[in-house]
Ligand binder design. Sequence first.
Ligand code: AHG
Ligand code: MN
Ligand code: MN
Length: 331
Amino acid sequence: MYTLGEFIIDNKKYFSHSIESLLRLFSAIKLAAKAVHKEVNKAGLTKNIGSSGKTNIQGEQQQKLDFFAHNIFINSLKNRDIVCGIASEESKDFIIINKKENIKDKYIVLIDPLDGSSNIDVNVPIGTIFSVYKSKYNNDFLTIDDFLQNGSKQILAGYIIYGSSTILVYTTGNGVHGFTLDPSIGTFYLSHPDLMFPDENKIYSINDGNYIKFSNGIKKYIKYCQKEKRNGGPYTARYIGSLVGDFHRNMIRGGIYIYPQTSLHPKGKLRLLYECNPIAFITEQAGGKASNGYKRILEIEPIDLHQRTPFICGPMNMVSKLENFIKNYDE
Ligand code: AHG
Ligand code: MN
Ligand code: MN
């Protein structure tokens, strides 16, 4: 049984930053993940389900557990001397930690504390997504520029899926590795080393209820997926409405995830910094491709903390095929 901590130490030669920093970051992430896991598992008993009655900066209903997960992760990360700034999907502004401290060798964490929160009350997998950058250190103090770095600058990205088991998946640019929590002793053990999209890919994941709001390219691609006898038969549709859950399944089983622009969300719905960049980093490390339909996600220069983008990720051949549909029918 190989623990996450041992795995990190044994693979330190592949990590170009301080291994001590990585261990300290993970110690915060693991602790918060275990607290959220515990709360998610008993949410129905502790009345921690349902809406908090508030909306977040994106105008979305905040669930009680969104708020809980946000606080747990912020507090856990704050208490390490290694993180100098945090931005969360659930909070309007970025948070500066230890203003007086030197930020030179410290890290910026961007987080979607609870992803798929509309699924909390109905026992469907939800998750946490995190993304880590080195502070830019242009100044002695943090500015918005430290947070608006393009995704290719990530030094660590990952997610925790609270599903039939709780699994932490991460990459530092040396492959994608998954660790399952043994809740009886609170330890994450290596269970999914070197995750890669499989060669055979037959799943497509999109919210089909938005069909009439899609562009022609997306509509034609959906019809292509549904056509018989292509690539050995029609694709299978799977969509649960938690990016983490849909992505995790697609990486293991082989499939494409699509959240395009719609007439309701003309810039897309998913958040570039908290959702798309970390999942794009993992996608590429698992041998796949992540795009906004025209451009590599990791090369988009962010201009706003809560910026949205159309998002397509999955096996290289499936994403390239969809990009061709977009090129041929939408341009
Ligand atoms: P969040 O719960 O963090 O706001 O994210 C929800 C996101 C994502 O997880 C999911 O894939 C997508 O919204 C689902 O949106 P639709 O309900 O519009 O399909
Ligand atoms: Mn989300
Ligand atoms: Mn969220």
